[in-house]
Design a protein around this ligand. Structure first.
Ligand SMILES: C[S@@+](CC[C@H](N)C(=O)[O-])C[C@H]1O[C@@H](n2cnc3c(N)ncnc32)[C@H](O)[C@@H]1O
Length: 269
């Protein structure tokens, strides 16, 4: 058994069981060293239910799909920021210069939405009158809800170019003081919904010209990683672009992709 002062203890068997549930639900493989993360993130939830151990919590998670979703929400890592890995946005600008017609971009693990809004500002600036749409999806219900609000703490303004701030964001007042809100110029083109990349995405999502699949592959390996990328590629047009995080490698994977630059790929067919 492992324990910390303020957190619950988890046995080996309970940790393995939670790991399995998480893997089945999301495809995410929790490594051994994530054990303390699991304890830290779930202890509060256990206390909220009045449970004194993980055994009781596991029984609940096994029978209640809503609690299983809550588990996924609590164990996913949602760190993100505006214009993260700026080189991808340079490629997006370049794509827009060469593309005719409507542009659809997918933020495939969109977290709280900073990536999708960064894409939206880039498209609004780069497209001369063409229609555009950004779709953000994430497995976590709570982050999708937050992303849909388009409301961010004012401290993020340092990561958004001044000119874009003026054009695309409103400064909150009264109850929204200390926040910024996306203007309808970008907001009306950006939509978020729950989407699990461990499963095939519905064809009703349509096809995308560019997919951002960044900083999520690190939680997957082997067959699971390959399956996830295939699910994403199913929804990308031939010749469309795929951006992955700079620390994520697709080396050696059998995929219909041509590498254009580090972390940037073109779907070949
Ligand atoms: C670290 S954030 C990355 C956010 C953004 N793409 C970026 O690069 O800043 C990883 C996100 O992947 C999501 N995620 C993890 N597994 C997923 C899955 N199977 N399907 C969809 N989203 C998933 C998490 O909920 C989390 O919000």
């Amino acid at each position: 058994m492992l324990a910390t002062k303020t957190c619950m203890a988890i046995s080996d068997g309970e940790f393995q069981a939670l790991r399995k549930i998480m893997q089945t639900a999301s495809g995410i493989e929790l490594a051994d060293e994530k054990r303390y993360l699991v304890i830290n993130r779930l202890s509060k939830r256990l206390r909220l239910h009045g449970f004194e151990n993980f055994g009781a919590y596991l029984a609940l998670v096994r029978q209640d799909p809503v609690e299983r979703q809550m588990l996924v929400d609590l164990l996913t890592t949602n760190e993100t920021w505006f214009f993260r890995e700026p080189k991808h946005f340079d490629w997006l600008r370049r794509f827009c210069r060469e593309h005719r017609g409507m542009v659809r971009v997918w933020s495939a693990a969109s977290s709280t939405g900073e990536e999708a809004y960064s894409i939206g500002m880039t498209l609004a600036e780069s497209l001369a009158g063409q229609r555009w749409e950004v779709v953000g999806t994430d497995i976590s219900h709570s982050v999708v809800e937050r992303a849909n609000r388009g409301l961010f703490p004012a401290k993020v303004i340092d990561s958004i170019p001044r000119e874009y701030l003026r054009k695309y964001w409103l400064k909150g007042i009264d109850e929204y003081a200390g926040s910024i809100l996306a203007k309808s110029d970008i907001r009306d083109h950006i939509h978020f919904r729950v989407g699990n990349l461990n499963q095939r995405l519905p064809s009703s999502m349509g096809l995308f010209d560019v997919a951002f699949l960044r900083n999520v592959l690190i939680y997957f390996s082997g067959e699971g990683k390959l399956r996830l990328i295939r699910h994403v590629l199913e929804r990308v047009k031939p010749d469309g672009l795929l951006m992955v995080g700079h620390s994520e490698s697709l080396f050696g994977l059998d995929l219909p992709l041509e590498q254009l630059a580090p972390s940037i790929y073109r779907k070949t067919h």
